[in-house]
Design a protein around this ligand. Structure first.
Ligand code: IMP
Length: 441
């Protein structure tokens, strides 16, 4: 057993709302100092756009750290990986001159197969009005097969004949489900198997024992950034069930999703948008269906990276943010897209909910009661100034600083980073915070 050091070397970044908080931008910024960036849950349902100079990268599986050749990028065992999509992502990066030989994949990660995606789509169609609004990437069926112990793992790709054997054992049942329940024609074994041959060849050499690699990195006091996908309210246990994703999105799964002991996690940053968005179905109390929502959507370019769907938009909800702080054990906050709020006459923040006359300050145990709740707002004066050139907290207008202070007070966790635009340079690091230390400032 290694002795625990007390330097700040291992940082988890998680979404603290319903995903799409701008984690990619924050992670990309912090990854500049990281020796390793590791994803620990989710799959290609995630999508992050990273802007670097004139280049825009849309990544689904691959951690943002890939843009830095000195950073080792890991896909952890807690993930579900669509190997065909992953190969397309790798090809796209390589075509644009980005080296990808710094990527490694845990052999224990499960694969999203073509039949998972078919089932996800068919299931949503069958649910009709009751649908979850998934990304259609096969995430739920892949995690279900993992739990049912009939998944195919990355390690099975090391040997193509073993991969085919495993697929041959599983496909008849998958086809029966597809044909008999969903009316789908199913998949032909030979054709399906062959379609994975080039993928196995490309991905096979990247497969490793991620836990062992991370233990070595920890021993050598390397800086490791654990990169969460989606957000706290989409967590399979703690989110707005059943309108959630199928993985554990909270910080604790950074440990189990990579094979690292929990004691090695030093800090946890929760990323919060200065307002709130959500894609897919499910409760969203501060949603603005009128003018204010449309304004946030257009100014914030709130359209999904993975599906292109317009995001539902509304005001910042400190009830869910406080809840996210609790279930993640957040040690710091990163607030993104503050610049989008410029030009609003009034900026609103939900500070509590009201249900049948009663004031509720904690996120309810049963999300179905949210139907009976209304947000209780505190209003803040807006500001007109363009924030995109601010590089220090003191560059921000007083009204924006006051709003940030109110966010910090309502959530009960210090703001360490403020983002005022998509570019790496448009980032404010609050002096004296652990993040400033991580960045070597
Ligand atoms: P799934 O993860 O595709 O099964 O989708 C389940 C729910 O999570 C749906 O409401 C999706 O819109 C949502 N979701 C999944 N991934 C993301 C993400 O990266 N950002 C935002 N919402 C997501």
């Amino acid at each position: 057993m290694m002795a625990k050091d007390f330097d700040f070397n291992r940082l988890v970044i998680v979404g603290a709302q319903w995903g799409d908080e701008g984690k990619g931008k924050v992670i990309d910024f912090l990854a500049a100092q990281a020796d390793v960036t590791a994803r620990f849950q989710g799959g290609d349902n995630a999508g992050h756009t990273v802007v670097y100079g004139a280049n825009i990268f849309k990544l689904h599986h691959i951690p943002s750290g890939i843009l830095n050749p000195a950073t080792l990028c890991l896909l952890g065992n807690g993930m579900v990986i669509n190997p065909q999509v992953l190969v397309r992502e790798l090809d796209e990066l390589e075509k644009r001159g980005i080296k990808t030989d710094n990527l490694r994949i845990s052999g224990k990660a499960h694969l999203i197969m073509a039949y998972h995606q078919a089932m996800d789509e068919a299931n949503e169609k069958m649910l009709g009005e009751q649908k979850i609004g998934t990304t259609g990437r096969g995430i739920g069926p892949a995690y279900a097969d993992k739990a049912l112990r009939r998944g195919i793992r990355a390690v099975d790709m090391l040997d193509f004949s073993r991969f085919c054997e495993r697929l041959g054992g599983i496909l008849p049942l998958q086809n029966k489900i597809l044909q008999n329940i969903y009316g789908h024609p199913g998949f032909k074994y030979e054709e399906l198997c062959e379609s994975y041959r080039p993928v196995c060849e490309k991905i096979g050499p990247l497969i490793i024992d991620a836990s062992l690699l991370l233990a070595e990195q920890i021993k050598n006091k390397k800086k490791i950034l654990f990169e969460g996908a989606q957000g706290a309210l989409l967590d399979i246990d703690h989110g707005t069930y059943p309108f959630v994703t199928s993985s554990s999105t909270v910080a604790a799964s950074a440990a189990s999703g990579t094979g690292v002991g929990v004691v090695w996690i030093d800090n946890v940053i929760g990323v919060l948008k200065a307002y709130t968005t959500r894609v897919g179905e499910g409760p969203f109390l501060t949603e603005e269906k009128g003018e204010a929502g449309a304004q946030l959507r257009e100014r914030g370019s709130e359209y999904g990276t993975t599906t292109g769907r317009p995001r539902r938009c509304g005001w910042f909800d400190s009830v869910i943010a406080r809840y996210a702080a609790r279930i993640n054990g957040l040690t710091g906050l990163a607030v993104t897209k503050l610049d989008v709020l410029s030009g609003m006459d009034v900026v609103r923040m939900a500070v509590a909910y009201r249900r049948r006359g009663e004031l509720i300050r904690h996120f309810p145990l049963d999300p179905s009661v949210l139907k009976e709740c209304q947000p209780v707002y505190e209003d803040f004066p807006g500001w007109d100034e363009d924030l995109s050139h601010a590089r220090n907290i003191t560059d921000l207008p007083a009204a924006a600083r006051r709003y940030l202070q109110a966010m910090e007070d309502a959530v009960g966790v210090k703001i360490e980073i403020v983002s005022v635009g998509p570019d790496r340079s448009q980032t404010i690091i609050c002096p004296g915070t652990p993040t400033a230390g991580w960045m070597g400032r």
